[in-house]
Design a protein around this ligand. Sequence first.
Ligand SMILES: [Zn+2]
Length: 166
Amino acid sequence: MVQPLTEMAKDLTLALIENNLIAPEDMQQRLQQIYTSLCELKAREDRNLGSGEGREEEVRTRPPVVDWRKSIKKHSVACLICGTSFKQLSARHLRQHDLDPRTYRQRFGIPRTQALSAKETTALRRRVAQNIRPWEKAPTYVQAHQAAPAARPIRARKKATTTSQS
Ligand SMILES: [Zn+2]
């Protein structure tokens, strides 16, 4: 609660009288002095707030607001924690910061739909996806997968050969 200046001045003056620091007959004069001093202090305080000095302080103590949009560029995406640039911000890298793509997005307010990769990489992936989709919808593909969803001998063999190569 903010005490009015007149009340503050009166309290201070009474305190001075109670402690025998001033004579009661000097009260009026002392009250006036204290009131003037308080008014000056108050005016200085108001000036500081008005000029934004107080608010500036507030801004400095607040954690910096990171704009994730600036981290995603055409050819690179920067990790907002360590600043390293990538084509794709991988879950493996985020694990070094005890995060995963989901918690990373949460921390910096990145939308769930935003890819954590360079713009051109995202665009390329989108183009590839668009090229794949018609093929997926082709009757032969759909039929094959409806008939035998579990059987994928070709892919399994392929995987086996790549692991033996590496
Ligand atoms: Zn990092």
